[in-house]
Design a binder for this molecule. Structure first.
Ligand code: IMP
Length: 220
């Protein structure tokens, strides 16, 4: 059973891509502009022996501003489909995450990307200067659209704390200030981070769903 070749249609739009499980690898399309996220899920799929190949597509899409990241992820997936950025029946997924700091009433949450761009890790540490309660959590939402406007979400959460200083050089974003079990995510390898992270948890749920889903065993 083989996946048919995907082709680009007019205006760069992608035509339907078919895939199947069998002897050959199943391909899953991940739409993101973040290479680190691609690396994390590829590593996870490999560790799970999932026989899944993650295909990366970088297309820009606007992200709505809303407090609920599950709603944001679902809306983005529908937008991608509506705008024909992928074929009508081409399965794809996206992922959205946010950092929720307890002492700041969950800020920056769904606005993490904007806040990171504006004030970065230094800015967060400044906001928390002298604050004893360092509790924070990361939340990740994978929004998977098998076809049409159907969207299924998978959520992963990790509870940790905001470190008192920037530590580590791996990873991206808030990794150097998010501490779990005494180390920041930036002090962990991809596999170590995946084992405990919000995204690792959401991705595992998603990949397990894919592997066990009979509906995905589709060949035309
Ligand atoms: P988004 O999911 O790419 O919108 O992420 C929102 C913000 O959180 C961005 O600034 C990311 O850099 C940051 N972020 C998302 N996931 C992680 C992570 O696993 N570690 C550190 N920062 C992250």
């Amino acid at each position: 059973m083989e996946k048919e070749e995907k082709e680009k249609g007019k205006g760069g739009r992608r035509k339907k891509m078919r895939f199947a499980i069998g002897g050959s690898k199943m391909k899953l399309l991940f739409i993101t502009s973040n290479e680190h996220k691609v690396r994390e899920i590829r590593d996870l799929a490999l560790k799970m022996n999932a026989n899944i190949e993650i295909e990366h597509l970088r297309v820009a899409y606007p992200e709505i501003q809303h407090e609920d990241i599950e709603f944001v992820a679902e809306s983005s997936a529908k937008f991608i489909r509506k705008e024909g950025l992928v074929g009508e029946e081409e399965p794809f997924f996206i992922e959205d995450s946010g950092l929720f700091i307890h002492a700041l009433n969950g800020f920056p949450g769904a606005f993490s990307s904007y806040v990171f761009k504006k004030i970065g890790n230094e800015g967060i540490l400044k906001l928390l200067r002298g604050v004893e309660d360092r509790r924070a959590l990361f939340k990740s939402v994978v929004a998977f659209s098998p076809k049409g406007f159907v969207v299924k979400t998978f959520v992963g959460v990790v509870e940790g704390r905001i470190a008192s200083e920037i530590r580590g050089s791996a990873g991206f974003g808030f990794d150097p200030i998010f501490e779990f079990g005494g180390r920041t995510f930036a002090e962990m390898s991809v596999a170590e981070k995946n084992a405990v992270s919000h995204r690792g948890r959401a991705f595992r749920k998603f990949l397990n769903f894919i592997l066990s889903s009979a509906s995905m065993r589709e060949v035309d």
